[in-house]
Design a binder for this molecule. Structure first.
Ligand SMILES: Cc1cc2nc3c(=O)[nH]c(=O)nc-3n(C[C@H](O)[C@H](O)[C@H](O)COP(=O)(O)OP(=O)(O)OC[C@H]3O[C@@H](n4cnc5c(N)ncnc54)[C@H](O)[C@@H]3O)c2cc1C
Length: 388
């Protein structure tokens, strides 16, 4: 049996949205774990009938056709009035508030969950318990699996559907569906990029070893020290102990923020702009303490972008549940609406080390605080890029 990448030439740009695998009538496309530790589509050429449906649904070259928005969406600073929910959510708790009307109407919400073996996957929720596990950002790439197909079935049965995910996942859904559905609302996230999933698995398992017990609850971003300092990774263990460290001290955040191990396509992400793919976009309203200080309470605030009439109408349903104010896009310090994340200067070295020495050794050596000379090189690299 011969195997080869299907979308030759643009493979490094593959988002891993899995639209191609789900559309294939021969079921001959499989997502395979690649040497760079992300999943990529591979075709069984013996079964393939060259129908080209996989190429038709690949969102990479169709981005301009599937955008929901005008260049300048309507922007809001918003957060839920429910303080308990706010505490459990990453930003302003808007994801849960948007999901509630769908569940109340007997609809289905799609989002990312962390499984018992610490993998992040997309799945559907039809009740509050299933919704609760979607809450909170998990900063590794989520597997879409068969969820586009599942969503299509619900849409065909006239059930309301809310699909949430990174912009490339929403793009994949839209090209997979190939037409507009009145009963579908899409929510994309402002996105730094997705980290290789095995880094999270390694980190949690290493903590289990260190604490000599099982992890029962994992929070990729905790707000106990305030939302502004909320880049902290927290784990609760079976024996009652807990672990909580902020960005610089935590192995996972060191990896996420140093940009060694993001998916290749994230460094050229075509969605880091104000024209958006979802009906609604959610992110953090960074800088709110300067631009709207009367709203700032360090409990979490979302930047909400309404990118289509559908998005505006949908958002108006949940306004009574929110503290909100219209905003100018410039009032939020959102770098990820301007340009993609830049790869770290040591990224190649990191990736080569993973191949040669394994993930454990590499993560341990690269997640130590950087020596001053490395920081210096990075500083000049940034300056140089800015000048160019
Ligand atoms: C990989 C990633 C990178 C992000 N980068 C930024 C950034 O640079 N700047 C910024 O302002 N905001 C970023 N966000 C968005 C932010 O962290 C919040 O998810 C968003 O503001 C919604 O918060 P909330 O309080 O409304 O709801 P929450 O309950 O916190 O949101 C949960 C939502 O995130 C989805 N989700 C969780 N993990 C994943 C995943 N791995 N893949 C796809 N969807 C997922 C859930 O399905 C749900 O829709 C990122 C999110 C992710 C997942």
């Amino acid at each position: 049996m011969q195997h080869g990448y299907i979308i030759s030439g643009i493979n490094s740009n593959c988002f891993g949205c899995e639209a191609c695998a789900q559309i294939c009538p021969q079921e001959c496309i499989e997502l395979k774990y690649s040497f760079n530790r992300f999943w990529y589509p591979v075709i069984d050429v013996e079964k393939c009938t060259n129908c080209n449906l996989c190429k038709k649904v690949c969102p990479y070259e169709k981005i301009e056709n599937i955008l929901s928005s005008k260049e300048r969406p309507v922007a809001y600073a918003a957060r839920t009035k429910n303080n308990g929910l706010l505490e459990q959510s990453t930003s302003g708790g808007i994801f849960t508030e948007l999901s509630m009307p769908i569940l109340e109407e007997g609809g289905v919400v799609f989002g990312a969950v962390l499984t018992d073996d610490f993998k992040v996957i997309h799945q559907s929720a039809v009740n509050i318990e299933q919704l609760a596990v979607m809450r909170g950002s998990k900063y590794v790439q989520s597997r879409i699996g068969q969820t586009y197909k599942e969503a299509k079935e619900y849409l065909g049965k006239s059930r309301p559907v809310l699909f949430t995910g990174t912009p490339c996942q929403i793009a994949g859904l839209k090209t997979f569906l190939g037409k507009n559905y009145n009963n579908l609302t899409t929510v994309d996230l402002i996105c730094h990029g997705v980290l290789a999933p095995d880094v999270a698995i390694y980190h949690i398992k290493a903590l289990e070893k260190e604490f000599d017990t099982k992890a029962v609850k994992v929070k990729f971003r905790d707000k106990q020290q305030g939302w502004k300092k909320s880049l902290s990774f927290c784990v609760e263990f079976e024996n009652g102990q807990s672990y909580c460290r902020t960005g610089k001290e935590d192995r996972f955040y060191n990896m996420f923020l140093s940009n060694y191990d993001l998916r290749e396509c994230c460094f050229e992400c075509p969605f880091t702009k104000t024209a958006r793919v979802g009906d609604i976009t959610l992110g953090d309203f960074w800088g709110i303490e300067h631009t709207k200080p009367h709203l700032f309470d360090d409990k979490g605030h979302s930047l909400v972008l309404l990118n289509s009439i559908k998005g505006e109408e949908y958002f108006s349903k949940i306004l009574p549940k929110l503290i909100y104010e219209k905003a100018q896009l410039e009032q939020s310090e959102q770098q990820k609406l301007k340009r993609p994340t830049e790869p770290d200067i040591w990224r190649d070295l990191y990736l080569r080390s993973v191949l040669k020495n394994g993930l454990e050794y590499t993560v341990e050596s690269f997640s130590r605080p950087r020596p001053l000379w490395k920081k210096g090189i990075r500083y000049f690299q940034r300056k140089f890029r800015k000048i160019i």
